[in-house]
Ligand binder design. Structure first.
Ligand code: SF4
Length: 683
């Protein structure tokens, strides 16, 4: 009897940090359907439109199936041997001529944990530089820093089920229903059916704001001020959790002193929020036994993104909202594996598991494990790499799976940097905007064509299984990195990603007990995972990971957002659309998605439309001091006054980052994407 070609394979969605998993039914290379299962830990039987219909790109005719080598202004196809030999020669030449720090490596938050591990191992262990980073630098590094300062781990403090059972959920600067749709559904369900209270703070009246019991709209970039005023008010009312503070937290006196300036009057003046509204927030936190705070790019992508994240964590500490079910801090991770890319050491100052590069004992552990010497000084982050290229210090870049030429800020400056590189290798599934600047483009395989693990926003590690064979001559990223490393003498012998995980787990205490067996099927683990496989759905039950086991209140100061000349009179907010993923490399090539939302639009308020004569479809040019975009308008009361909103999902004339600047969060260099002003002309 002829064997059936229909099969089902368990995979994990690559479109956001919720980490939905589901079965994919296929026949040959045809995707028949996506079928979520009850046993899926993060989503059960739910997915959003992207998880359900966003997969046609895997079979797109635009997929890269051969290595490409630049010839003048175009590319020619090549065999792997030729492409790898060229890379080997150029990498050796740069290292010998200019030293290892003349080279820079970018990992991908879309790739697997094992692939991030290998990229940083290549940089550190084979080349000898700590110049390695990933796209969390563009989004969530400030949240990680805020949590490291206060509670010691940078990830979500509990699980999605904790958010679901919180008595109060506060959402700050997150369009959760479009950016993390399945997680938002669980909040909406608790709010509607279980009496959960919902407070939303944002510039834009999105769906979660519409549903909230209280919606507050502070001025852009002022969240730290109202959060601190609310915390101060709670302390003054005697509503702080005295027992939690005395037993589990350090630094109370200095912190309370630091709050002195955050009076209600000062907060009213800076944020534009009425005092009564901030008192309502304080009362809601006081009345709830458990509060969970969710936040995203509306907080982090500012000059003071790390400090505002810290202020959120301070509020939770003051009110004893850590270490109990239903409470805690939830920075919502954007990419599917932005958590894992950082967990596995694709950061210039941290090894896998966040152990410091500068720590001699940790470095010695990796040197012994890998049989190499590793430099002690932290390397360059993404932002510094671009300046480093302009300064002539960085000569060679190897970038996988990120369209930095669209997602970094101040694109004209980034593109000029790419043109200055001596040699640029890009590894991707499509000829992305970034790849168009490359000297060699290597064809990679998407998640459906490889095995590995992802770690979602709740620190949950899950396996994905291979649905299809890689298309054409494309290969999984881990195989390509290994081939590059071995050309340079590494001698790696991994046959499967499970062997990479086994090596990583032996070196990183955070993942000590992670094995592929323990992750089989829909099984998952949430870090830290002890060597016996015990995992940690809820952190800080007994202690915080500091030497004395106590958390730390961390005083912070408000940083004023970037100010523009008067002629740039519109504030340009930006973020995701439900249907599209980032620059749209994948979703625009999926018919089920593009049929619904074929292009982006600029949201303008009814007031602005009346003042400037704008209608739905009016094409305008927005110009900032850094560049301009061309985009059609959509008139909507989601925005008000001179606030406009441009989704980040255009890869052409409407790409938001032609407007953004190189100005960044002062602690992490995360671009202040949300601090842009522009002027408008009708075309
Ligand atoms: Fe994918 Fe996120 Fe949608 Fe889940 S919520 S299906 S992970 S995009």
């Amino acid at each position: 009897m002829r064997e059936s070609r229909i099969k089902k394979t368990k995979t994990v969605c690559t479109y956001c940090g919720v980490g939905c998993s589901f079965d994919v039914w296929t026949k040959d290379r045809k995707i028949l359907k996506v079928e979520p299962q009850m046993e899926a830990p993060a989503n059960g039987i739910s997915t959003c439109i992207k998880g359900k219909f966003g997969w046609d790109f895997v079979n797109s005719e635009e997929r890269l199936t051969k290595p490409l080598i630049r010839e003048g202004d175009s590319f020619r196809e090549a065999e792997w041997e030729e492409a790898l030999a060229l890379i080997e020669g150029k990498f050796r030449e740069a290292k010998d001529t200019y030293g290892p720090d003349s080279m820079a490596f970018i990992s991908s938050s879309k790739c697997t944990n094992e692939e991030s591990y290998l990229m940083q191992k290549l940089a550190r262990g084979v080349i000898g530089t700590n110049n390695v980073d990933n796209c969390s630098r563009y989004c969530q590094t400030p949240a990680t820093v805020g949590l490291f300062r206060t509670v010691g781990y940078g990830g979500d403090s509990g699980s999605i089920t904790d958010i679901e059972q919180a008595e109060l959920v506060i959402v700050v600067g997150s369009n959760t229903s479009e950016s993390h749709p399945v997680l938002a559904t669980r909040v909406k369900r608790s709010h509607k059916l279980k009496g959960q209270k919902l407070i939303v703070s944002d510039l834009r009246k999105h769906e979660m704001a519409d549903r909230a019991d209280l919606f507050i709209q502070p001025r852009a970039g002022t969240d730290l001020v109202w959060l601190s005023a609310v915390t101060k008010y709670i302390v003054e009312q005697g509503w702080a959790d005295e027992s939690f503070l005395s037993n589990r937290v350090n630094g109370l006196d200095d912190y309370v002193k630091s709050l002195e300036k955050y009076t209600m009057e000062y907060a009213e003046q800076v944020t534009g929020l009425p005092k009564e509204m901030m008192i309502q927030v304080a009362e809601a936190v006081h009345e709830a036994d458990t509060t969970s705070v969710l936040w995203a790019m509306g907080v982090t992508q500012h000059s003071g993104g790390s400090d505002t994240s810290t202020a959120i964590s301070n509020l939770l500490l003051i009110t004893g909202n850590y270490g109990k079910p239903g409470a805690g801090s939830y920075p919502l991770r954007g990419h599917n594996n932005v958590q894992g890319a950082s967990d596995f050491g694709s950061m210039p100052d941290r090894f896998p598991g966040y152990e410091k590069v500068a720590d001699d004992a940790v470095r010695a552990k990796y040197e012994k494990g890998w049989g190499v010497k590793i430099p002690a000084d932290p390397g360059l982050n993404n932002h510094e790499m671009v300046s480093g290229i302009h300064a002539g210090d960085v000569k060679v870049m190897y970038l996988k799976g990120e369209d930095m030429g669209l997602v970094d800020s101040n694109l004209n400056y980034v593109h000029e940097a790419f043109e200055k590189l001596d040699f640029f290798v890009v590894q991707d599934i499509f000829l992305s905007k970034t790849a168009q600047y490359a000297d060699v483009v290597l064809p990679a395989a998407p998640s459906f064509e490889k095995e590995g693990t992802f770690t979602n926003t709740e620190r949950r590690i899950q396996r994905l299984y291979q649905v299809f064979e890689p298309l054409g001559d494309s290969k999984p990223d881990w195989q390509i990195i290994m081939e590059v490393a071995n050309r340079l003498g590494a001698g790696w012998t991994y046959n499967h990603p499970s062997e990479i995980m086994a090596e990583a787990a032996s070196l990183m205490p955070l993942y000590a007990g992670v094995t592929y067996d323990r992750l089989s099927g829909y099984n998952s683990l949430q870090w830290p995972v002890a060597s016996d496989g015990t995992d940690s759905p809820l952190l800080f039950l007994d202690e915080f990971p500091f030497p004395d086991g106590k958390a730390r209140l961390f005083p912070v100061e408000w940083t004023k957002p970037l100010e523009y000349e008067e002629e740039y009179d519109l504030h340009v907010n930006n973020g995701r659309l439900l249907e599209h993923f980032h620059e749209g490399n994948m979703t625009y090539k999926s018919k089920g998605i593009t049929s619904k939302t074929p292009s982006v639009f600029l949201e303008v308020s009814p007031e602005l439309a009346a003042e400037r004569g704008l209608e739905d479809g009016t094409v305008v040019r927005l110009t900032s001091p850094h560049g301009s975009v061309k985009v059609p308008c959509l008139v909507t009361d989601r925005v008000k006054g001179k606030e406009v909103y441009l989704p980040m999902n255009d890869s052409d004339e409407g790409a938001i980052n032609y407007l953004t600047s190189s100005h960044a969060d002062k602690d992490t260099d995360t671009p202040a994407y949300k601090e842009i002003s522009a002027k408008m002309e009708i075309l």
